[in-house]
Ligand binder design. Structure first.
Ligand code: CAA
Length: 439
């Protein structure tokens, strides 16, 4: 079978920045280390007044199409993943296609358009759909455009407020891709959960602490399911991008994953001398005692040189961009993948044919784990991104400006503010009915 995967990706951040260590911590009268060290976040990206999920998605898609020299006729499918949709009928992909049709010859009449929803995992599910469509031979030589776009906002005062963010990641899924091949094995962990939901409401209802437990439980199940198909070893993977609502969450998930994958390998042997062997369930009378023993083992594990070296090689690089932009919901795991590859390129790390273990998650709740093989074209693809420029150029908002922009994106009709930045050759939100005009 032909290799199918991610041929190219584009990153589009909201054009405003809220600094967590200074502006946010100062307003909340908190120790900045709670955010920078505890959550692992330094800043959040926010959309300016003329940006929304459609404009961010369309701007990312346009840059991707221009860079790859594509016309609408080259794309047979547009899937948008989002949990910030404003229309319960028309998929966001139709709005995005409408924007793109203003600037290209030709149109997307032939393209199948859809919208995927399963909280933050929907971006990965859209990639899976596109890969399956191509693998089934239905694409007639065309590629799929997958865009993960969100404004991840919480109610003001909610504990989740520190983890907000906004941006889009556009990805081209095609045969013989330049970035990564998506390998066929997948592991899933899925259950009906109610720790994070938005039933007909703008902001999510969240039980933050419980949501972290659910994330870890589903991720462990997905890993078990994945390992049943492909036994793994911690050193099999050059990078392990996780869904990153905030880096502190990934810190916990990574330790759990490493412990799991290291079982019955030479790594467990090596660790045994230092911290003993991993507890096995059969050695305990009840589940709680087993859980306590596992926690004790994991705490010791994270202090070992072996684990620290693995963590700084495979996990830390994937958190560098995420720590500067906050949670992008559906885009988050794709920011982690791009961030890890960007770090490797900048540090001269050769990833040709190396494996990534991509760990996606969506509240509600489902985790998916799959492997990807990095392709020889990856460095050129990553070099073409302008992530640093976008991050540096963000306008640093004050607390008062943050409150206003938060109201604007909460569709507060009474708030009418001027934008803080100036659009330049991009799609802008210019009021309902005129959405996506290009300025
Ligand atoms: N110095 C260093 N560290 C500090 C500190 C200081 N001065 N003060 C606090 N910390 C640490 C805490 O110890 C904690 O770390 P540990 O969990 O490792 O102990 C961390 O900083 C956060 O502190 P709190 O737990 O006190 O933070 P909080 O209760 O105010 O908020 C949260 C945390 C509940 C996760 C909140 O951010 C939240 O509700 N977020 C939204 C939900 C979410 O993101 N859940 C993640 C899983 S669900 C998912 O992934 C889907 C999704 O995208 C939403």
């Amino acid at each position: 079978m032909t290799d199918v995967g991610i041929d190219a990706a584009e990153f589009r951040s909201g054009k405003l920045k809220l600094d967590l260590a200074e502006t946010f911590a100062d307003e909340k009268d908190d120790d900045p280390a709670k955010y920078t060290k505890g959550l692992g976040l330094h800043a959040s990206s926010f959309p300016d007044a003329y940006e929304d999920i459609v404009t961010m998605a369309a701007n990312a898609a346009k840059r991707l199409m221009d860079r790859k020299g594509l016309a609408p006729e080259d794309i047979g499918r547009i899937d948008v993943a989002t949990e910030s949709a404003f229309d319960h009928s028309k998929p966001v992909s139709t709005y995005v296609a409408g924007c793109l049709e203003q600037v290209y010859d030709g149109d997307f009449h032939h393209a199948n358009k859809g919208e995927r929803k399963f909280a933050c995992i929907a971006g990965t599910q859209s990639i899976d759909d596109a890969v399956n469509w191509i693998a089934a031979g239905k694409n007639r030589g065309r590629a799929a455009l997958v865009i993960a776009t969100d404004t991840a906002l919480y109610e003001r005062g909610d504990p989740g407020e520190a983890t907000q963010g906004a941006g889009a990641v556009a990805m081209l899924i095609d045969e013989d891709p330049d970035l990564t091949v998506i390998e066929p094995e997948q592991g899933f962990g899925s259950a009906d959960e109610t720790d994070f939901l938005k039933p007909n409401q703008q902001f999510p209802s969240v039980d933050g602490k419980r949501s972290m437990q659910v994330y870890l439980m589903r991720m462990r199940e997905a890993l078990e399911d994945f390992e049943m198909q492909t036994p793994t070893h911690p050193d099999d993977f050059a990078l392990v991008p996780f869904h990153t609502p905030f880096p502190g969450m990934v810190r916990k998930a990574a330790a759990l994953g490493y412990r799991h994958v290291a079982r019955d390998t030479d790594v467990e042997e090596e660790l045994a001398e230092e911290i003993g062997r991993q507890p096995r369930p059969e050695a305990f009378d009840d589940e709680e005692a087993y859980r306590d023993a596992l926690k004790e083992y994991t705490d010791k594990l994270t202090e070992t040189d072996l684990y620290s070296e693995w963590y700084s090689r495979t996990i830390e690089p994937t958190l560098e961009v995420s720590a500067q932009v906050g949670n992008w919901y559906t885009g988050s795991v794709h920011v982690a993948r791009i961030g890890g590859l960007k770090h490797a390129r900048e540090n001269g790390i050769d990833l040709d044919n190396e494996q990534l273990l991509v760990c996606s998650y969506g509240s509600g709740a489902q985790a998916e784990i799959h492997a990807e093989t990095v392709q020889p074209g990856w460095e050129d693809e990553i070099a073409a991104l302008n992530i640093d420029d976008q991050l540096v150029e963000r306008y640093d908002i004050s607390w008062e400006q943050y409150e206003q922009i938060h109201d604007v994106h909460n569709h507060d009709e009474s708030t009418d503010i001027d934008a803080y930045t100036t659009p330049e050759g991009e799609f802008v939100f210019d009021g309902w009915g005129r959405m996506g005009e290009r300025k």
